[in-house]
Write a new protein. Sequence first.
Length: 493
Amino acid sequence: TETVTGPAERTAPAGLPERIQHYVDGELVDSVDGATFDVIDPVTNEVYIQAAAGKKDDVDRAVAAARKAFKEGPWPGMLPRERSRVLHRIADIVTSRDQQLAEMESYDSGLPITQALGQARRAAENFRFFADLVVAQSDDTFKVPGRQINYVNRKPIGVAGLITPWNTPFMLESWKIAPAIATGNTVVLKPAEFTPLSASLWAGIFEEAGVPQGVFNLVNGIGEEAGDALVKHPDVPLISFTGESRTGQLIFANAAPHLKGLSMELGGKSPAVVFADADIEAAVDATIFGVFSLNGERCTAGSRILVQREIYDEFVERYAAQAKRVTVGYPHDPATEVGTLVHPEHFEKVMSYVEIGKQEGRLVAGGGRPEGFETGNFVAPTVFADVAPDARIFQEEIFGPVVAITPFDTDAEALELANDTRYGLAAYVWTDDLKRAHNFAQAIEAGMVWLNSNNVRDLRTPFGGVKASGLGHEGGYRSIDFYTDQQAVHITL
Ligand code: NAD
């Protein structure tokens, strides 16, 4: 079958709003001062829509609505089963619109359409999962026969401020909104300014599903204004943030005077360690997917590959050959495996690392714009071999389709290299030796480890990083813990 490949055939997705507004207390609204900002599409880098640029006044309005809904609305006091039914309806609506959602996400972010579709479905799953979890939830009870009963009351906390990045934006928003509202909180979402389109769809979805007015509020705008005002708002006791480590540090400092509950999902520079006894074909396939899927704009990307010396040359050769076969294309083309990076600013950043890499390593695939794509934020899958551990491309998060490969000799050296960055989000280990795999996992400084496995995740497992990659965990019951207070009640018998 023929696939559409050129930008000329590309049309704006159906159902595009006239402009992107805030959503406050059940109403779509513009900014108090009428300000807007430009949103571009990453294939042409032309402005295709305006979004409301929220500032402190807009955040104040949204927080007031969320607070009112928390204090006076039905949501926090509803039975978990009732809230659960609403969340399942949200999931049904998201599923029924997955194609449209994917088209919008792909148009706004540059994600390949097939991958954007997968992310839309994952967003629906997040709602289903937390809908089920709050119904299944049981809380601790401790008994001392004849003396005491102790039990735990789990209570929603209030207005949760949710600040999200531009990579897989719709899915990452669902990852926070679902547990926050499932547990009875109300929310103000501040999505990333590069990709506000898919977030604007939540309002309609929630209204249709029957979420009461004021439970979900959305303020668009840049981080330093809208995000900052949310972080500093005294009536927002919780901030869940996903984004860069240095933004996380700033938010941590800004939230300190209010002693807010903080959850931080931050950057990564995750190692994939391939031992000589590994299934090399499976390891090549998985490590290609691990850094080039989602355009390499993935927090858990395996962006450093450490390979044991005995198989190093063979691995590099096979890896480079496969990287060259990855299909770069227009995001809306179903054959595309790597689309466009999200924004020209990010494109410049990634391209600057490609140039740095040429000084620091041996270029074996890619190295710049792919042939035939003279405009737009396209970067060819780029592979550097023989990268030293003190290289910037070994240490710094690039967040694009660029990978560094480094040899090692012994297990101890592999571990040292794996742990030799400020980050500690994910790690991938490839070996046929079961004991080595488990011992290595235990020793590695990473919040999540995949053994002989691609990046697949059961929604019940904790998600989070160590070192500069994060603070606290979300996922499964950890999300429930973050979004609720656990009050201990003691009774003397
Ligand atoms: P970013 O830190 O630039 O922005 C994230 C969000 O924070 C945006 O909504 C932004 O507007 C807002 N923001 C920026 N400055 C702010 C401030 N001073 N106060 C309040 N809010 C502010 O990150 P990004 O470039 O959008 O996203 C990419 C980063 O996110 C990468 O580092 C990636 O690894 C990380 N990430 C981590 C995870 C994870 O789960 N660990 C998942 C996805 C992405």
